[in-house]
Write a protein that binds this ligand. Structure first.
Ligand code: NAD
Length: 475
């Protein structure tokens, strides 16, 4: 059993004030994996005090010291590779190879990117006799979701440490073990006492008091819109800064000169990666009317190659959905798609054959989807593709932007002018042309209801800084 019922506060593992625990479930087996603390306000107060006590010292630490700290973290993170992979396969149900290639690597790349950003980051600027200083904002509260247990935590932690901000992290109660290993890594490399604090628990018991605490100067959140809105409301009472990474319903636009095999591969991978539990998933697949049949045949061939099953089995690409609640949500959306008149082309309701235990779902494709339908407007957070046809480029752009979200967009084709025109026209924080990937030093974040602020690399560091001008500094 993976039991860790203590909190990590002020450089040591201490009993949780609540004395209560949360059972963590392995989504592939539905068995209890272990227990973690279900913290409360008292734990939060202790953690915030510990962070507050060192915030000036950490803010004033040299950039060289913070680079050295990040270097040590990178090394120890690499030493704990196997443990991180095991933990994420257990808690998230991510196939072992994906836990390594996607999740483990994602955390690592953020620590490296923040370290590299410090080589050129300008914390100070002279203007005539005056100085402009960017300095750490103070104690930061970090609240993260379950879908990328190392990515979401590491990108915030790396940026905060690079900026010189002490933190209190509340990871998702559904995937707390990767964060516990991160705490062990920081402990081992000697992150100064109070700079990193981990309070496990749920949103009510830990997330709320953290968002309201007067000594927390910034809240950095990734997760659902409704929770983001609650955090924003609480944080706005004393004008805390906040950064929010929320949901998405991103378009993947196949242009009429795209290679169909390439496009179908991209479209399928965009919806099945991480069992569809990805905020940037390209779940609205826009194709020219004339290519519909050819494209669907190619998608079917791709889908037939997608292996769903036990995340510990070799060759499996898609594991279970995180929980019963999320499984039910995905089933409800599939049902809604059928009820609202979309054509079920592949997959559908229920579990894949032979996978009765575990929260496994069938990768699913709907066609004849109208962009007004629920499945085209709401974030399903499961491997469900909605294929929507368009008449011309203007029509494609209109459909792409007809959403409350604006996180990501994808465009596939040959003509550079058209690719660039569409990329510039999509109202989203991140657009990828022809599967170019997303480098760790590019800003990550969304327009509209997909969030506020930008993370990753130097943009992520900026989020944790305040700006001060000192007139007459050089007189
Ligand atoms: P959630 O927003 O409820 O939880 C995310 C984090 O916020 C967790 O750590 C949770 O404990 C915490 N939290 C919950 N209530 C809080 C509160 N009042 N104050 C402070 N913290 C609080 O998300 P979820 O339940 O994990 O997932 C629900 C839906 O959110 C999913 O179906 C999906 O659509 C969306 N989601 C989006 C992302 C993303 O990256 N954009 C990630 C995960 C989930």
């Amino acid at each position: 059993m993976r039991n860790q019922t203590k909190q990590y506060i002020n450089g040591e593992w201490v009993e949780s004030a609540s004395g209560q625990t949360i059972k963590v479930i392995n989504p592939a087996t539905e068995e209890v994996l272990g227990e973690v603390a279900n913290g409360n306000e008292e734990d939060v107060n202790k953690a915030v005090e510990a962070a507050h006590n060192v915030y000036l010292e950490f803010r004033n630490s040299s950039v060289e010291d913070r680079k050295a700290l990040l270097d040590k973290i990178v090394k120890e993170y690499e030493n704990r590779k196997d443990d991180l992979i095991e933990a994420m396969t257990d808690e998230l149900g991510s196939p072992l190879q994906k836990s390594e290639d996607v999740h483990y690597e994602a955390g690592l790349k953020h620590f490296k990117a923040a370290r590299e950003a410090l080589d050129t980051f300008e914390f100070e600027e002279q203007r005539e006799d005056n100085l402009i200083v960017k300095e750490a904002i103070g104690v930061a509260g970090l609240v993260t979701p379950w879908n990328f247990p190392t990515n979401q935590t590491s990108l915030k932690l790396a940026a905060a440490f690079a900026a010189g901000c002490p933190v209190v992290l509340k990871p998702s109660e559904e995937t707390p073990y990767a964060a516990i290993i991160l705490a062990e890594i920081f402990d081992k490399v000697g992150v100064p006492k109070g700079v990193f604090n981990l309070v496990n628990g749920d949103g009510e018991g830990v997330g709320n008091p953290l968002s309201e605490h007067p000594k927390v100067r910034m809240m950095s959140f990734t997760g659902s819109g409704p929770t983001g809105s609650k955090i924003m409301e609480k944080a706005s009472k004393d004008f805390k800064k906040f950064s929010l990474e929320l949901g998405g319903k991103s378009p993947l636009i196949v242009l009429d000169d795209a290679d169909i095999e390439f496009a179908s591969k991209a479209a399928v991978s965009k919806v099945v990666n991480n069992t569809g539990q990805v905020c940037t998933a390209g779940t609205r697949t826009l194709i020219p009317e004339s290519l519909k049949d050819e494209f669907l045949e190619a998608v079917k061939r791709e889908m037939e190659n997608v292996k769903v099953g036990d995340p510990r089995e070799e060759g499996i690409e898609v594991g279970p959905i995180i929980s019963k609640k999320q499984f039910d949500q995905v089933q409800d959306y599939i049902k809604k798609g059928i009820d609202e008149g979309a054509t079920l082309f592949y997959g559908g309701e229920g579990k894949p054959e032979g996978l009765e235990t575990g929260y496994f779902v069938k990768p699913t494709v709907f066609t004849d989807v109208d962009n007004k339908m629920t499945i085209a407007q709401e974030e399903i957070f499961g491997p469900v593709m909605s294929v929507i046809t368009y008449k011309d480029l203007d029509h494609a752009i209109e459909i792409a932007n007809d959403t409350k979200y604006g996180l990501a967009g994808y465009v596939l084709g040959e003509n550079r002018d058209n690719l660039r025109h569409v990329a510039r026209s999509i109202e989203a924080g991140m657009v990828e042309i022809n599967e170019a990937g997303r480098a760790a030093d590019l800003p990550f974040g969304g327009y509209k209801q997909s969030g506020l602020g930008r993370e990753w690399g130097d943009y992520g560091i900026e989020e944790f800084l305040e700006i001060k001008s000192i007139s007459g500094y050089f007189k």
